[in-house]
Design a binder for this molecule. Structure first.
Ligand SMILES: [Zn+2]
Length: 359
């Protein structure tokens, strides 16, 4: 089956919401003041309120974001610069096993100091702590939902939906720019690429495209399809300049690929005006479609192409075999393009992603 985007995760029954101490309560009342902080219009411009944390001008705070509706605490670096500038959010670990990108976000948070920046920077290196510590591929372990398919979230939804809601209300709404770092998951090979959402807002789309082109990464995908609920598309439809940058793969912490993401992010921060200096440009290949294939049946997956390989329409991409080694389904390229990622797990379940071609 060929289609754009999609959600490999299943649904799950809603649980009763939780208080901050973890007690079950029959219904949830949201104190919106905990989430929504429009600091630019605030009386005290020197103080940055970010969820439950406060940062004075010229200061850096590391701490945990806590929310009334989830048990998870999200580690965050908050930098409040000494002069005015944009507010930028850098995310890592939306998918808990994408270690290279988590490391890259962590290093950005560690390395930068308030004296380096104009404006404000929030870095959440492990945005999905339960997914991280349970080594959960694609999904939040509590509800089997893909966090990158449920934005802007729901305060009365399942765990992933509540987590998305908390991140959206506190972090997305505070930001002018969103840089969300990803990579191949535990069972995915991947060539680095960046992706942004094409919306009807053409000036915003131009900016997102420009931002996506600044990572020193060759492939830039302008997604016209609806990967519903992803960070970058949800933020784009909310008027934010937003990109995902992907590097690293297969549960391996790759220092070189981490450096690629760190250098790209620093370059993007120069372009956004948060850091001094000229942003460097490098040649990119613009891709306009992102064609995913999903498994129709459970079985053993034998891909016959590699990431980074150019494929032609109709070319075989791989086969799913049954437990006796007999081919039950073969997959073919629906278009010419480059293999951007590829699932490398032999074990495949129905509806699992298999491969994505960009063209
Ligand atoms: Zn990811």
């Amino acid at each position: 089956m060929k289609r754009q985007g999609g959600d490999p995760a299943g649904a799950c029954a809603e649980e009763a919401p939780l208080t901050p101490r973890g007690k079950r309560v029959p219904e949830v009342k949201i104190n919106t003041s905990v989430f929504i902080e429009d600091n630019k219009k605030g009386a005290d411009l020197s103080m940055w309120q970010f969820g439950n944390l406060e940062v004075e001008r010229g200061q850096k705070v590391t701490g945990y974001l806590e929310f009334p509706i989830i048990e998870e605490k999200l580690p965050v670096f908050l930098l409040n610069g000494e002069s005015e500038g944009p507010t930028v959010l850098v995310l890592g670990g939306i998918h808990g096993c994408e270690y290279t990108s988590i490391d890259a976000a962590l290093e950005i948070g560690r390395r930068l100091e308030p004296k380096d920046i104009k404006g404000r920077l929030a870095v959440l290196p492990i945005a999905n702590p339960e997914g991280f510590f349970s080594r959960s591929i694609y999904v939040h372990p509590k509800d089997n939902k893909n966090l990158n398919r449920v934005f802007p979230g729901n305060p009365n939804g399942t765990e992933a939906e509540k987590l998305a809601y908390c991140i959206n209300e506190t972090a997305f709404k505070a930001a002018d720019y969103l840089i969300d770092l990803h990579g191949g998951d535990m069972i995915e090979a991947l060539v680095p690429f960046t992706i942004y959402q094409v919306t009807e807002n053409s000036s915003l789309t131009v900016k997102s495209k420009e931002l996506a082109s600044l990572f020193g990464i060759e492939y830039v995908v302008g997604s016209t399809g609806q990967v519903g609920g992803s960070t970058y598309s949800s933020a784009a439809y909310d008027g934010k300049v937003a990109v995902i940058a992907e590097a690293g793969q297969q549960g391996i912490l790759d220092p070189e690929q981490s450096k690629l993401l760190q250098d790209g992010t620093l370059n993007a921060l120069r372009w956004a005006g948060l850091l001094d200096g000229e942003a460097k440009t490098s040649p990119v290949k613009q891709l306009s479609t992102f064609d995913w294939s999903f498994a129709d049946v459970q079985g053993l997956w034998y891909p016959c192409v590699e990431v980074g390989q150019q494929v032609k329409t109709g070319q075989s991409l791989g086969q799913i075999k049954n437990l006796f080694g007999e081919t039950v389904k073969e997959y073919f390229a629906g278009s010419d393009g480059v293999v951007l990622f590829l699932v490398t797990s032999l074990a495949i379940n129905e509806k699992d992603p298999l491969i994505a071609i960009g063209n």
